[in-house]
Design a protein around this ligand. Structure first.
Ligand code: SF4
Length: 176
């Protein structure tokens, strides 16, 4: 079975992708989200994803909370709307880290759960994913998890599992 590194931003967003990919891939989760603020919120989401991956037996890799690097990268894009240029930079930062780790650890491919959100454009995510996959020499698995009622299912599953579910994307700009 091919090994896939699955970038994820929170427990609610990993539910459906896991269900859909598990028969095809051996999955390892990857939590790298320096975009999430404040730190208390980051810790809440990390706690929930740890709880869920432990319960399901999925290995999880957690990488640095490099907030200063994230703020540096999005400088000048603070007033962009959600779905605009700041998000492209934010996707790229997280997917580059995922691709680099996938290459380093010998995964066959990588992807992200981000496309499950109705606020995120799967085409933009897949474009960035393919670019960084080429850059790091590892295959990107294209996905649009919101298809076939993916988002609705993730809301229902989160309710059933009692997950904490945030009401904003992650950065302070999306919060305001
Ligand atoms: S709105 Fe979400 S995807 Fe866009 S920059 Fe903020 S945290 Fe990143």
């Amino acid at each position: 079975m091919n090994k896939l590194l699955l970038h994820t931003c929170c427990a609610p967003c990993i539910t459906v992708p896991l269900e859909r990919l598990q028969s095809e891939f051996e999955i390892t989760g990857f939590f790298y989200n320096p975009n999430i603020h404040p730190e208390q919120e980051y810790k809440k989401r990390l706690h929930e994803i740890k709880r869920w991956t432990q319960q399901t037996g999925i290995p999880l890799i957690v990488q640095n909370y490099e907030t200063s690097r994230w703020f540096e990268l999005v400088k000048g894009l603070e007033d962009e709307p959600e779905g605009g240029k700041r998000c492209d930079v934010c996707f790229r930062m997280r997917l580059e880290q995922t691709a680099a780790l996938a290459k380093q650890k010998g995964f066959d491919c990588f992807t992200t759960t981000l496309s499950i959100s109705p606020h995120k454009n799967a085409t933009a995510i897949n474009l960035v994913g393919n670019e960084v996959g080429k850059k790091f020499g590892v295959q990107f698995f294209e996905a649009n998890f919101k298809k076939k009622d993916g988002f609705k299912q993730s809301v229902e599953l989160s309710k059933n599992y009692g997950f904490y579910r945030q009401d904003y994307c992650g950065c302070i700009y999306s919060r305001r």
